[in-house]
Design a protein around this ligand. Structure first.
Ligand SMILES: *[C@@H]1O[C@H](CO)[C@@H](O)[C@H](O)[C@H]1NC(C)=O
Ligand SMILES: *[C@@H]1O[C@H](CO)[C@@H](O)[C@H](O)[C@H]1NC(C)=O
Length: 321
């Protein structure tokens, strides 16, 4: 009897010990795995500046943070573009646009000296479907109070050889030399595969597509090459070195022709709804960029507003195999 009890409690002890052992071994294994993971993260971080895979992750992260911040701008600052003086047509006009014969027209002012911009071009194969989605979703709500970016001119601003804040005058010869240097940059780089990360509406009413790089040279790298090729360019550039964005439209007034349920919503809610609808249609859209443009803008924002300009188009020289 007593022997039976001892035997029973002995087997129970062995069972518990085995279970504990299994637990301990499993825990130890996971603990080691976690340690290894975190140390490899640490070494990724410490090698980011030298390792190109690491740095492209860092650039992508920098873009994500930037885009998240841009997406919050409308909530944080409100629709600033609605607060400028409204006309009788309820069109709050920035100083960029005017109503002429019931249609919105850009106010084009001479840029003196002309702005010299380097931009990546988005082929119409990609821009036309985007432009159609933007027009279908936003068009009915804004009637004339919206300006759509010309789909032949969808572009990503990279680097300015001269801009309106720090003009760098140049002679014809100097301009030819700059264009030649930009051509050499284009010929040495491969096309970029990109994907539309998100659409945002800024507090100034600009509807922007924000992109990520899937493969190919990072915008940070291309900007660095352009900077080296254009030593006279303004030190202070207009954009974050990692950003890859293109403007789709500029909204100039409040939303109109609302459905019953939309009438109960705030203007901000309606803007968010429209941006979400557009996001659903075009987010994750993929594109390949294979042209760098050197653009002399003779009028302020000529690329955005169909102003006078001279475009030199350079195809990327490296062909992907
Ligand atoms: C104004 O627009 C109408 C209709 O679009 C057109 O018939 C007319 O010629 C335009 N007038 C001017 C002065 O441009
Ligand atoms: C869009 O740009 C193209 C190319 O420059 C031009 O031919 C066309 O007239 C522009 N469209 C509009 C509506 O201005």
């Amino acid at each position: 009897m007593a022997r039976g009890i001892i035997k029973n409690s002995w087997t129970r002890f062995v069972k518990i010990a085995i279970i504990w052992l299994i637990c301990a071994v499993t825990f130890y294994c996971f603990f080691q795995m976690a340690l290894r993971n975190s140390s490899s993260h640490l070494s990724d971080n410490s090698h980011q500046s030298t390792n190109s895979a690491g740095s492209s992750i860092a650039n992508a992260e920098q873009r994500s943070i930037l885009y998240a911040k841009m997406a919050k701008d409308l909530d944080e600052n409100g629709a600033v573009f609605l607060k400028q003086g409204e006309t009788s047509q309820s069109l709050s006009l920035s100083d960029l646009f005017t109503l002429k014969n019931e249609t919105v027209e850009p106010v084009l002012r001479a840029a003196n000296p002309p702005v010299r911009a380097n931009v990546l071009h988005l082929n119409t194969q990609y821009s036309v479907p985007i432009s159609e989605a933007v027009k279908n979703i936003f068009g009915p709500y804004f009637d004339k109070a919206i300006w759509f970016q010309n789909s032949s001119m969808y572009h990503f601003s990279l680097f300015h050889a001269s801009h309106h804040i720090h003009p760098v005058p140049a002679t014809e010869t100097e301009i030819e030399a700059e264009a030649g240097a930009v051509k050499a940059v284009a010929e040495a780089i491969c096309p970029l595969d990109i994907v539309l990360d998100r659409v945002v509406l800024t507090s100034t009413g600009v509807l922007l597509g924000c992109w990520q790089v899937v493969s190919g040279p990072d915008p940070v790298t291309i900007r660095a090459k352009l900077k080296a090729a254009l030593p006279r360019a303004p030190q202070k550039q207009l954009y974050n070195e990692a950003i890859l964005h293109t403007s789709f439209a500029r909204i100039l007034g409040p939303p109109k022709k609302l459905h019953e349920e939309e009438k109960k919503m705030s203007e901000l809610q309606i803007f968010h709804d429209l941006v979400n609808r557009l996001n659903k249609h075009i987010v994750r859209l993929k594109a390949t960029v294979s042209e760098l443009w050197y653009v002399e803008e003779y009028e302020v924002l000529a690329l955005a507003l169909n102003g006078k300009m001279k475009i030199r188009k350079f195809k990327f020289g490296c062909s992907k195999s």
